[in-house]
Ligand binder design. Structure first.
Ligand code: SAM
Length: 281
């Protein structure tokens, strides 16, 4: 387990994933009944972008660093981004928040008193930070556990409403298959949950096979979204999110948000976004 999210926190892939995550959570808040968030690969919870890891890559400059001035965004885009932007808190003149909120902090900020969350993290130092951060929030349980094992154990949640984020580091060669298998097993136990599975889009054949497995699974309502920044750098240039059971508002919101984010975070030619149903109703 070499992956440390601190090197990548706040980059274009985080902005893409977290802005969409905030929309999913906001939808769940439309009903008074409680919901549950299960984050299988939670990371540390929040990241200091002035720390050595983030300073070494400066990836956040191409992500959250591009959101300091939203005056060029339409009112509609600004409204859709607002829940995520609120989670960031004030940005400094370079567009850096005091702490970049990872998925657990975004969930925490958007949960209400009746909602609950479980965050799994396996790397000991990341888990120690995660546990410290949420120790005083009785709504939240942090567990030092393999995320796929946790997912199997924690679904269906007693609330029967909620969201699973599967956001592994893709260090394992078989991560696409492991993520699909864990998702399919969880779905068999809890078919009404919203599932968001993040993936890098570096290797077309891996992504194609993952999408083929989703499409052939017999599971309906699977929306695939991706955002690429283009250019010819060596790092990650494109990432995707497969969302199962997206709220009925989600596709339209993404069709408003992603063109803006793709333009705003572009690094060169060849970027853009894509939204397509792998399996519709
Ligand atoms: N979801 C986080 C966010 O959006 O802020 C980022 C998560 S990061 C991409 C992936 C995390 O998975 C890392 O913190 C890594 O230590 C952790 N990890 C690696 N293997 C794991 C496993 N088998 N189970 C749970 N967590 C794992």
């Amino acid at each position: 387990m070499n992956y440390r999210h601190g090197f990548h926190a706040g980059n274009f892939a985080d902005v893409f994933k977290h802005a969409l995550l905030a929309r999913l959570l906001l939808y769940l808040k439309r009903k008074e009944t409680p919901f549950r968030v299960i984050d299988t690969h939670a990371g540390e919870g929040a990241y200091d972008l002035a720390a050595e890891e983030a300073e070494r890559t400066l990836e956040w400059r191409g992500g959250v660093g591009r959101l300091a001035d939203l005056s060029g965004a339409s009112a509609e885009v600004r409204a859709l981004l607002a829940p995520y932007i609120d989670c960031l808190g004030p940005l400094d003149e370079e567009g850096r928040p005091a702490l970049y909120p990872g998925s657990p902090v975004i969930a925490q900020k958007l949960m209400r008193s009746q909602d609950r969350a479980i965050f799994c993290e396996l790397r000991p130092d990341a888990f120690a930070a995660l546990r410290r951060r949420f120790a005083r929030d009785a709504r939240i349980k942090t567990v030092h556990l393999d995320g796929y094992t946790g997912l199997g154990a924690y679904v269906p949640p007693k609330e029967r409403r909620g969201l699973v984020l599967i956001d592994p580091p893709f260090e394992r060669e078989d991560e696409f298959d492991a993520a699909f298998d864990a998702f399919a097993k969880a779905y068999a136990k809890w078919s009404s949950g919203i599932y968001a599975i993040w993936h890098p889009s570096k290797n077309e054949s891996d992504v194609g096979r993952f999408h083929d497995r989703l499409s052939a699974s017999g599971i309906r309502r699977i929306l695939s979204l991706s955002l690429g920044v283009g250019g010819d750098g060596t790092g990650l240039r494109m990432s995707g999110l497969a969302v199962v059971n997206p709220p009925f508002t989600f596709e339209e919101e993404a069709r408003t948000l992603l063109p803006f984010l793709a333009r705003r975070m572009a690094q060169g030619e060849g970027g853009g976004y894509r939204i397509a149903w792998l399996v519709s109703e």
